[in-house]
Design a protein around this ligand. Sequence first.
Ligand code: URA
Length: 244
Amino acid sequence: MGKDQNISFLEWHLESGVDALLEEKPQNILTNIEKNVSLHNKTADTEARKKTEIIYPNIDECNSLRDLKEAIFKFDGCNIRKSAKNIVFGEGEVGSKLMLIGEAPGVEEDNSGKPFIGAAGKLLDKMLDSINIIRSETYITNIIPWRPPGNRKPSLDEIEAFKPFIHKHIELVKPLIIILVGGTAASTILENDTGITKLRGKWYKFKNIDVMPVYHPAYLLRQPSQKKQAWEDLLNIKKKIISL
Ligand code: URA
């Protein structure tokens, strides 16, 4: 590629929303394509798979949120952490009756280390407020604790890599009700690939805890016409909280 072509290539990435690199060193994508072709060789294939086996810390030994945060911080089985500034672990107290689980942090969350503080978070606060729930009395976290580069959706492999941590997070917080905020949280916790449009507004159980998937506030900001359904779900959640 000539110099001008290289610049156009980078500009094209920027315009497509790529604002971070996952690897610290630049890579020659043409060399990598050759490497991938050679993976059809069986020995190389086994070696490659061995290398991608995820090594977890002992999550069962995490007896507190602090232990869990440390375990996630040390976990390097997923490249997504490399481009993020801060871990966005979660906010709230053990024993909060209501736990909210979103997808992954965005840029504001990455800068501050706190979940749901950007535009979507502000709408989430208003949604909670509308049914008299104070955010500080809830526990809020995400399926993925690191911001995906360029705010892209986390991949299935990334979601799978962090699943044991979110399960432990729920076990430690011990909520009575979980609100799954958006399709990624809903399909991950419910292990159900049905879209959020069908999943939302109904009660499910996760390890005996009442769970309700709702539309993600980021989606509601783009599609305000869906707020009516979100309001119905909120009233349903309020009713459940009153019945506890
Ligand atoms: N969207 C999410 O799903 N989580 C956040 O923390 C922020 C935006």
